[in-house]
Design a binder for this molecule. Structure first.
Ligand SMILES: Cc1cc2nc3c(=O)[nH]c(=O)nc-3n(C[C@H](O)[C@H](O)[C@H](O)COP(=O)(O)OP(=O)(O)OC[C@H]3O[C@@H](n4cnc5c(N)ncnc54)[C@H](O)[C@@H]3O)c2cc1C
Length: 472
């Protein structure tokens, strides 16, 4: 009987898993392993919210494996040495995994693959987490794209959906000794700040598909408009499931094609296309990170290397993190993030604009806080989102486009429901004042809600003046 390892990383699913399927086709026994080595991902090792999700997702994967007669062998330690030990323990001659594209992980995986091949091990990697490999879509001049619209036009025209690979029905149990208990990885917080997370999320493959089914049932028809409304459940809430590979973009694209486009309902079809376009943004982020690996730390637009950000202001950053800025929509977003590990996309843009423009703090302060607190923290999407909003990315929102959080919340949270939910001290405030309660000092006094930490108009003018001084 030949044995192979399937090395799970961020492809925590059994269906549509190309590495698992290839391993099962070539070997009688396939041993599922997970190796915990966060130091190898430094400086972007998973943050606290992400570790919470990872724990529960690994636990869900292990349960699915056990239902099929196998289980997840959990190990910790330098990855190459640990994989070599696991290959020995399980008497395996081959290892299969699905590719990831973060610079530190890519460099490590390349080293590991070569070392294992030199050991005489059959080491095979596969595409699983993206529709396109990040090197596949190129301009006519054979360059990476820097602008989303032509990138997606080309990608969309080349997209060939295929039916998802099936889940294996049963697996041969491993004969080697058991690994660590999941709890020994200490992924969960010691102080229980995660109560809100349990109410909000079901990590794992089943949870991902349940979220997708819910969205397909009720969310597609008016997605294009509803996706901008934080006061409604207008989006799929699939980002963490996608990040951890509990559902694949190909499963999504196939389902949209088969169940929506083929059904011929034009409103749902239009919603499906705009939803797929957002998945396209995810592809674009991976494309950028692969082709510009300095993106997590350095401006994609080098002009911004000479931009004068404000002096680092630890107190201001803290108030922003804690949702005590005195601007209701900003505070609602930051408190939603802390309580649930997620923040609506529109509000992410608003809080990022406020931090980088009204407070003039470097975008990395925000990117690092999001990294620690988001359950969907994703190096490609997060770096791209921050650089886009700060204005220093490629195809970015120009720096001089400074969101006005008052008019934005009036437009996208018209009755103030979102603000009332996350800033409960303002729950009783009338609609006319909910977005700018400082207009009536009695409201601030009665609710204890702080006055704005900066004047929106004056801080905007300072930011624009700094932008004017940036060398052309
Ligand atoms: C400052 C900032 C930081 C961000 N950080 C992250 C992050 O760390 N991880 C993350 O997954 N997304 C990030 N985003 C993108 C976006 O906010 C989230 O993907 C989205 O809010 C997730 O909710 P959803 O799954 O309901 O999205 P839906 O609207 O249902 O979209 C479906 C999927 O498309 C992808 N997607 C949607 N919008 C974007 C986008 N603008 N860029 C890239 N992919 C997108 C996501 O995978 C998402 O799950 C960030 C955006 C900003 C402005």
């Amino acid at each position: 009987m030949t044995t192979a390892l399937i090395w799970f990383r961020r492809d925590l699913r059994l269906a549509d898993n190309p590495a698992l399927m290839a391993a099962l086709e070539a070997h009688q026994r396939v041993v599922p392993v997970y190796v915990h080595a966060p130091d190898e991902e430094a400086p972007w090792a998973p943050g606290a919210a992400s570790r919470w999700w990872l724990h529960h997702s690994l636990s869900a994967l292990d349960a699915e494996l056990r239902e099929r007669g196998s289980s997840l062998h959990v190990a910790r330690g330098p990855t190459l040495a640990t994989l070599r030990a696991l290959l020995r323990i399980h008497d395996a001659s081959a290892i299969y995994w699905n590719r990831l594209y973060e610079p530190a992980i890519r460099a490590r995986d390349t080293r590991i693959k070569q070392a294992l091949i030199d050991d005489g091990i059959d080491a095979c990697s596969f595409k699983a987490g993206v529709l396109f490999e990040p090197w596949e879509i190129r301009t006519g001049q054979d360059q990476p794209y820097r602008v989303f619209t032509p990138f997606w036009r080309k990608a969309r025209s080349q997209l060939q959906v295929r039916p998802p690979l099936p889940k294996p029905e049963s697996l041969v149990p491993s004969a080697g000794k058991a690994g660590l208990r999941l709890a020994e990885l200490e992924l969960l917080p010691r102080i229980r700040w995660d109560r809100g997370f349990h109410e909000e999320w079901t990590p794992g493959e089943m949870g991902g598909h349940a979220a997708f089914d819910r969205f397909l049932g009720s969310g597609l028809r008016d997605y294009a408009d509803a996706r901008d409304r934080p006061d409604r459940q207008g989006t799929s809430r699939l980002s963490a499931h996608l990040h951890f590979g509990e559902i694949s973009p190909m499963q999504i694209a196939w389902t949209l094609e088969e169940r929506v486009h083929q059904a011929g309902d034009s409103a749902r079809s239009a919603g499906a296309e705009s939803f797929l376009r957002e998945i396209g943004w995810r592809e674009f982020s991976q494309h950028l990170l692969f082709n510009f690996p300095h993106m997590p730390e350095q401006n994609l637009n080098p002009r911004f290397d000479d931009f004068r950000w404000g002096d680092e202001d630890a107190v201001a950053i803290r108030r922003w993190q804690q949702g005590r800025t005195g601007i209701p929509i900003i505070d609602a977003g930051m408190r939603e993030l802390w309580a649930t590990g997620i923040m609506h996309n529109r509000v992410r843009m608003l809080v990022a604009s406020f931090l980088t423009k009204n407070l003039r703090q470097h975008w990395l302060h925000g990117a690092r806080w999001f990294w620690e607190t988001l359950v969907d923290a994703d190096l490609a999407n997060n770096s791209q989102g921050w650089q886009w909003t700060a204005g220093c990315g490629v195809d970015a929102s120009p720096y001089f486009r400074i969101f006005n959080p008052v008019s934005q919340s009036g437009k996208f949270d018209p009755r103030g429901d979102y603000v009332r939910r996350w800033v409960p001290e303002l729950a009783g405030v009338a609609a006319a004042l909910i977005h700018q309660p400082w207009n009536d000092p009695a409201v601030l006094e009665a609710t204890g809600y702080p006055a704005p930490m900066v004047d929106l108009g004056a801080s905007r003018a300072v930011a624009l003046a700094a932008y004017q001084q940036m060398p052309r």
